[in-house]
Design a protein around this ligand. Structure first.
Ligand code: DGY
Length: 321
């Protein structure tokens, strides 16, 4: 009997993908590229399983000819690229990569927040440009992070990991979330629940950790930015589209807020040209989970989930999350 076939849409650590080969005929792409919906549909048409990245949109069109497909493993914790209704209608299971990236993404959120507050991107470009001819005592003044109020919008497991790091900075943490956390978790994170208006008004540094859903589109727009302190920074390591990038660019240009650190963008890999032109925003290409260890853990979990869906591997018999 022929083996089931799995499509791996991205070049992913070969030693990890090799774990699929006993069970599957593996079709692993060897180049990074962007697929059209038609190209995804063609590849899914003869696949029994797929491991896909966040840029691959798996919707009704992609699934239209996928008669054999049983399972899609997403290489990421966010799964707004998966149309769950379409997958359910097609009888296709799905998984994401929760937990394994929490600490790495939390590290990166702090890195971006610190970089934005202390103007590291701007300063680095200035040094590389050969402009450092002398020092000014009052030059390069940024905002402190230690001791300042950290605001977190979206307090899932990544938000909690970000909050726990605040103790080392002696920063009070306030948060807003759809639902309030259990008091024991609040205590462990040193975080105080507030309503959204209070979060915006009181945070010195605001970090966004929300999933992207239709309800969360432009959760931070012009009105919300105006409600923040003019000295505040905004960090987004969650998803583009949560922030209205055009409104953010205006707010950064006219001093409504001081600075921003952005790892995600509306329409990425395109970045709003107004953001590109601003000195007080640190930009990075959606890499918050990109440490060597964590990307390997994410790949490994995706492989385990595919194997489990076919009754194989370390988690066989346990439904993937
Ligand atoms: C995720 O896992 O959703 C991250 O955005 C990937 O870096």
């Amino acid at each position: 009997m022929s083996k089931p076939r799995v499509w791996v849409s991205r070049p992913v650590f070969p030693d990890i993908v090799d774990r699929l080969r006993d069970v599957f005929d593996v079709h692993a792409e060897t180049e990074e590229r962007r697929y059209s919906s038609n190209e995804i549909a063609t590849r899914l048409a003869d696949a029994d399983a797929a491991i896909v990245g966040l840029a691959e949109r798996i919707d009704a069109d992609a699934l239209a000819g996928a008669r054999r497909l049983r399972f899609v493993a997403n290489l990421g914790v966010g799964y707004n690229n998966l149309d769950l209704d379409a997958l359910t209608a097609a009888g296709v299971g799905a998984s994401n990569t929760p937990d394994v990236l929490n600490e790495t993404v939390a590290d990166y959120a702090w890195a971006l927040m610190l970089a934005a507050a202390r103007r590291m991107g701007e300063a680095e470009r200035w040094v590389r440009d050969g402009q450092w001819k002398g020092s000014r005592f009052e030059g390069w003044l940024g905002a402190d992070v230690h001791g300042k109020t950290l605001g977190i919008l979206g307090m899932g497991r990544i938000g909690q990991a970000i909050a726990r790091r605040a103790a080392g900075f002696r920063s009070p943490v306030i948060y807003h979330n759809r639902s309030r956390l259990d008091p024991a978790i609040e205590h462990e994170c040193g975080a105080t629940y507030v309503d959204k208006a209070t979060l915006l008004a009181r945070a010195d540094h605001l970090v966004l950790v929300l999933p992207f859903t239709p309800a969360n589109r432009h959760v931070i727009g012009e009105a919300e930015l105006k409600a923040m302190k003019p000295t505040a920074t905004l960090t987004n390591i969650a998803r583009g589209g949560i922030v209205d990038d055009a409104a953010l660019a205006r707010a950064l240009a006219d001093g409504t807020i001081a600075a921003a650190g952005l790892d995600v963008f509306e329409g990425e890999p395109q970045v709003h040209p107004a953001l590109m032109a601003l000195p007080n925003v640190v930009l990075s290409p959606h890499i918050a989970s990109a440490s060597r260890d964590t990307r390997r853990d994410m790949a490994s979990l995706a492989v385990d989930n595919v194997l489990a869906a076919f009754g194989q591997g370390p988690h066989a018999g346990r439904p993937p999350t």
